[in-house]
Design a protein around this ligand. Structure first.
Ligand code: AP5
Ligand code: MG
Length: 214
């Protein structure tokens, strides 16, 4: 089963994708995570990607679609894909259809996480992750069991994303409204959109997504 998790910055796409990987053995394909790997490299592309991400604007369609194509080429047909943060423009939605057809795959669900934008700024500015294993946390909503120690790997080093400032988050939301939200009607026509209340507790959102996939 292949699905898209759609929603504005901080809607919980990454959080829920991690749970789907754990519970259902699916594979998370996050273009944001892939681009964060790319920007670590001291190359022209790495520097270009860093500048765009830090501004909260979008990286070019061809770059992200090529990344998705390459990941799917390595995946067996039995493993379900979770598209997290992709597609984000009408052009990417078209490219995804072509890529899926090329790999003999089919899109089963588009799950829209419906959220209140004002709450998202709080979610994003409180977000941090383990510097060693990448496990995600939040100052209020998801603290480690022992303060300052990662639940997953025991590391005491944590980091924040450079694009998680209030100003950049507001720009990312505006980009979501103008570039990404308009791709929904096309999926609605295909009858594959389900909506989930993304303002519930993390476990409640997981439960609602599981009911759609059951
Ligand atoms: P990307 O990394 O995709 O960021 P985003 O879409 O802005 O979304 P986030 O990762 O910020 O939020 P999320 O929905 O994953 O929320 P999370 O689960 O972490 O993209 C970053 C940048 O890369 C873009 O701006 C762009 O430049 C570039 N890019 C990426 N893909 C691209 C593409 N396809 N095309 C072009 N450019 C691209 O949750 C947030 C916080 O809230 C966490 O701390 C979490 O613990 C907490 N939380 C989650 N759920 C709940 C809940 N239900 N209740 C309370 N707290 C919660
Ligand atoms: Mg994310």
């Amino acid at each position: 089963m292949d699905i898209i998790l759609l929603g504005p910055p901080g809607a919980g796409k990454g959080t829920q994708a991690h749970r789907l990987v754990e519970h259902h053995g699916m594979m998370q394909l996050s273009t944001g995570d892939m681009l964060r790997e790319t920007r670590k490299a001291d190359t022209e592309l790495g520097r270009k990607v860093s500048d765009i991400m830090d501004s909260g604007s979008l990286v070019s369609d061809d770059i992200v679609s090529a990344m998705i194509d390459a990941k799917l080429a390595d995946m067996g047909p039995e493993v379900g894909a979770i598209f997290d943060g992709y597609p984000r423009t009408a052009a990417q939605a078209e490219q995804l259809d072509e890529i899926l057809a090329k790999h003999g795959r089919n899109l089963d669900h588009v799950i829209e996480l419906e959220v209140d934008e004002d709450a998202l700024v709080e979610r994003i500015t409180g977000r941090y992750s383990c510097a060693n294993c990448g496990a995600g946390y939040h100052e209020v909503f998801k603290r480690p069991e022992v303060d300052g120690v990662c639940d997953e790997c025991g590391s005491t080093e944590f980091k924040r994303r450079p694009d998680d400032t209030e100003e950049t988050v507001r720009h990312r939301m505006q980009v979501y409204r103008s570039e990404t939200a308009p791709i929904l009607p096309g999926y609605e026509k295909r009858g594959i959109v389900s909506r989930v209340d993304g303002m519930g507790a993390i476990d409640e959102v997981t439960h609602a997504i599981d009911s759609i996939l059951a």
